[in-house]
Write a protein that binds this ligand. Sequence first.
Ligand code: ADP
Ligand code: MG
Length: 462
Amino acid sequence: MTLSPEPFTDLGLDTRLVNVLNHLGLTTPTEIQDQAFPIIVSGHDLIASSKTGSGKTLAFLLPALHRLLTTKALNKRDPRALILAPTRELAKQVYEQLRTFTSGTDLNIALLLGGENFNEQIKVLRKYPQVIVATPGRLANHLTARSILLNGLELLIMDEADRMLDLGFAEQLNQINDAADHRRRQTLMFSATLEHAAVNDMANTLLKAPKRIAVGAAHTEHGDIEQRFYLCDHLDHKQALLQHILTTEPYQQAIVFTATRPDTERLANWLNAQNVSSIALSGERSQGERNKIMDSFSRGQHKVLVTTDVASRGLDLLQVSLVINFDLPKQAEEYVHRIGRTGRAGAKGVALSLVGPKDWEAFKRIEAFLQHSINFDHYAGLEAKFKGFRPKTRTQPKRSAHQAPSKSAVKSPKAAPKVVKAAKDRSDRHNHANSLGSSDGMAPPKRKKPSLQRSDEGEQDL
Ligand code: ADP
Ligand code: MG
């Protein structure tokens, strides 16, 4: 993690916030914190990206709170700042940080999550919280129920903004945008991956002449995360590798990502039977269960969390030193976020990915996104027969990645031409994104959940 050479005290931060930083032993801002602070404090809209684990939460929280603590509210009853996050777990984590930094102030705060009691939240809103952290679906529900008004909103902050769009929350974001006075509102977007077209389209609607900060590109290697890839033949082979990794590699805690929710349960049960203490988290569980699972994992009661992309974004679990992609994510960005659950705040981490025939297309997308060719590692005695599929050419008959490789399958897979592939992926996303947008000022239709995004959980937000 790159720290700026100047200490926090040089930012001119409100002393109540400096006191909390001192208490936490945080003395020096990270680069993104250093760069974002003056822009946010001076009232500009901002699109900011920097690597996973580089301190983006405080990069928006500190200047936002500084503004609220040093200026008068536009309106006494409405919330002054709203922070949106794509998953309940992430919203909760941001809220905990917010609570830490507002504990010595008069600011009244609230957390509004999908899956929790709506009427209880109405009671909380009657106390006029000034800062709210929420998942977008639930916040939109409160707008519809008129239990919240956003006319006085001064700051709208979107953490993991691109993920909220991927999960189909464009409609809710537009509703929130419409409910908050546009002229007086400052809007901030943060993520490690903000390059794709859907984000730009949304930014054009929500932000006014935004400044941009990009500390390091999303595809450049994360210096604190060692990445290794292993070829696999089939599910049993993947499980044998998983067991081998979890019983031979050194780690404090590990997160295993699967493509489907049922696999989280199945694998966690199987790992427990192999004496690897594991717990499964998926959006299928009730909110109470989700809370318990995350609490017990973060307290170290299990070595392994088996989950889907519901946990790929933002979660800051400092004991996680190993991430395993049991299945590869369909979107290359999610790879960057999943591996970013380790190697946080300057700590070192390891990310291992299992690549079977069904993962091959996703693997090629990741390779194109990272803009360098990836070599495979192997564990002695657990080598795969599968060596990857030959890149498709026009003259070749079409073959699905799900079919077994033919005899002519390449021995050592060659990377597809990178630049062309990356450009194609971007244009695909652009087309996809356009189906979300609208040119007539109407709220865009809710995107039908594509079958590829089996593991997306955000629409369970309500
Ligand atoms: P990101 O959102 O960029 O993934 P987070 O905001 O979750 O990163 O922060 C990652 C970790 O870095 C957290 O544990 C946080 O407490 C720690 N951290 C944040 N700012 C600093 C800092 N200035 N100095 C040291 N550690 C920091
Ligand atoms: Mg974050």
